[in-house]
Each structure stands twice: as C-alpha cells, then as structure tokens.
Design a protein around this ligand. Structure first.
Ligand code: ADP
Ligand code: ADP
Length: 238
C-alpha cells in the first residue's frame, strides 16, 4: 500500500547539508499497522512528510495505493490536481492535533469535506458519522479548548478520515498524551484499522507504542532503516 524506494532527503540550510533520509526502502502492506521508531533526529518526520509530499524527496520514489506521488507535480500548498486527488486518500494525524480553536468540533471535521465540495447537508451527515465513529458524537458543538487532549486527538482522527482515506499517517499522535489516554487512542487506531481496513503508518519515539499496536515496524537511525520486519521476529532478535 505504501512503498518507498531508495528515498533520500537532503536539507540545505545556511550552507550546510543535512541528510535526513539516506536510502530508505519501506514496504507497508495493505491493512497493516506499521510503525517507524527511532530517537529524535533519526528522520521519522521527514519520512512521513515525504510519504504525503508535504516534503519533496531529493531522490527515490514514494508509491501510495499504486500512485507514484513523486512523479506528480507540486507539493504542499502548491500541489497540482493529481497530487491533491491522491492526497485525499491519505489522512494525517498530528502530535499537537492542529485543530482550529475558533471552530467547533463539528466545523473542524467539516473543513476537509467543504474542500472536497460536499454540500451542507452531506457535510453535516458525514461529520456526524465520523464523530460517532471516534466516540465524540456528544461534543460536536464544543470548541477544541473545551476538550481533553485525548478528545482533541479523536477530533484530529475524525478529520483525517473525512476523505475516506485508505491510508492514515500518524506523526507522534500520542506523544502529547498521558499513558492511559495513549492506550485509548492506540486502541481507537487499531479498531479503525480493523473496521475500515485502514492501513496505518505511524511514527513514534516510544518502543511501547510499537509493541502495543503494530503488526510490523522499522527502526531508524541517522536517516536509515537499520532493522525492519514483522513484530514477532523483530522482538525475538532483541
Ligand atoms: P525525527 O522526526 O526522527 O526527529 P527529523 O526527520 O525531524 O527526525 O529530522 C532528521 C534530520 O533532519 C535532523 O538532523 C533534523 O535536524 C534535520 N531536518 C529536519 N527538517 C529539516 C529542515 N526543514 N531543514 C534542515 N534540517 C532539517
Ligand atoms: P519533530 O518533533 O517532529 O522531530 P522538530 O521540532 O524536529 O519536530 O521539527 C519541527 C519542524 O522544524 C519540522 O517542520 C522540521 O522539518 C523543521 N526542522 C527540524 N530540524 C530543523 C533544522 N535543523 N533546521 C530547520 N528546520 C528544521
């Protein structure tokens, strides 16, 4: 479902070069929860940002659901039509939720639906359905500031699912949460993975997250994958 081949990203800042990704080959199968773990600076954020072309790789390829994204023109806010289309099939969840504080929970979830072009009635119906799915039906009219961290992340997940993505990318989704809330969010991700057949690629600096929810994982260090495979075999070797 997600394949990267020889993915490399070199940043140039103030005349210095930083190789954030150094030939990363990743293979995430349809319907699995795949974790990438590594300490700060290993290249995890760069990897996940290259997978949805928020960041354009320096070389190598990224294929999501059969579409080679690096071959499509544009990135981030300047994405061409084909890339925007492909991106709709990729949901993204963030560490700090990235919700709009001046909009209600319902409006936050409706925003991507508006961009897709759904009319009011359709948006209401879809947002209600999504909030129900993440267990927040009763918070639709609240503002993000009135919610706990875990509830905010549920809104972030509902919003990420608005375009009916086949793939969900999670960038340290539980790093700002306490252990109990972390467990509930991870179990929500697992439920969505099973119920919707959603493929999940998550990055984390915590091995416990990998152990509790992933089918497969890759360990990154210095921009490279130094170990990868099914979770049982990975844990057997340590
Ligand atoms: P991680 O997510 O594992 O902490 P990152 O992907 O954020 O790692 O960073 C990998 C390396 O790339 C680090 O050395 C980081 O400082 C560098 N880096 C990340 N983003 C940029 C950027 N926009 N400009 C320059 N260097 C960057
Ligand atoms: P994370 O917690 O995801 O590793 P960081 O704090 O490393 O986040 O990075 C936050 C933002 O700053 C990202 O957009 C990343 O690309 C950028 N960034 C990281 N390291 C550098 C760097 N050395 N120079 C410039 N930008 C960087």
């Amino acid at each position: 479902m997600i394949t990267t081949k020889d993915l490399t990203k070199v940043y140039r800042s103030r005349g210095r070069e930083v190789t954030a990704l150094d030939g990363v080959d990743l293979h995430v199968r349809e319907g699995e929860v795949y974790g990438v773990v590594g300490t700060s600076g290993a290249g995890k954020s760069t990897l996940i940002r290259c997978v949805n072309m928020l960041e354009r790789p320096s070389s190598g390829s990224v294929t999501v659901d059969g579409v080679e994204l690096n071959a499509l023109p544009g990135q981030e806010h300047r994405a061409g039509r084909d890339l925007r289309e492909a991106r709709r099939r990729i949901g993204m969840v963030f560490q700090h939720f990235n919700l709009l504080s001046s909009r209600t929970v319902q409006q936050n979830v409706e925003l991507p639906l508006e961009i897709i072009g759904l009319d009011r009635t359709q948006r209401h119906r879809k947002a209600a359905e999504l909030l129900d799915l993440v267990g927040l039906a009763d918070k639709a009219r609240n503002y993000p500031g009135q919610l706990s961290g875990g509830q905010k992340q549920r809104v972030g997940i509902a919003r990420a699912l608005a375009g009916d993505p086949k793939v969900l990318l999670s960038d340290e989704a539980t790093s700002a949460l306490d252990p109990e809330t972390t467990r509930s969010i991870l179990s929500l991700l697992r439920d969505l993975n099973r119920q919707l057949g959603l493929t999940v690629l998550l990055i984390t600096h915590e091995m416990d997250v990998i152990k509790s929810v992933c089918d497969s994982a890759a360990l990154m260090r210095g921009g490279k994958v130094i170990e990868s495979g099914g979770l049982t075999e990975l844990l057997a070797t340590r």
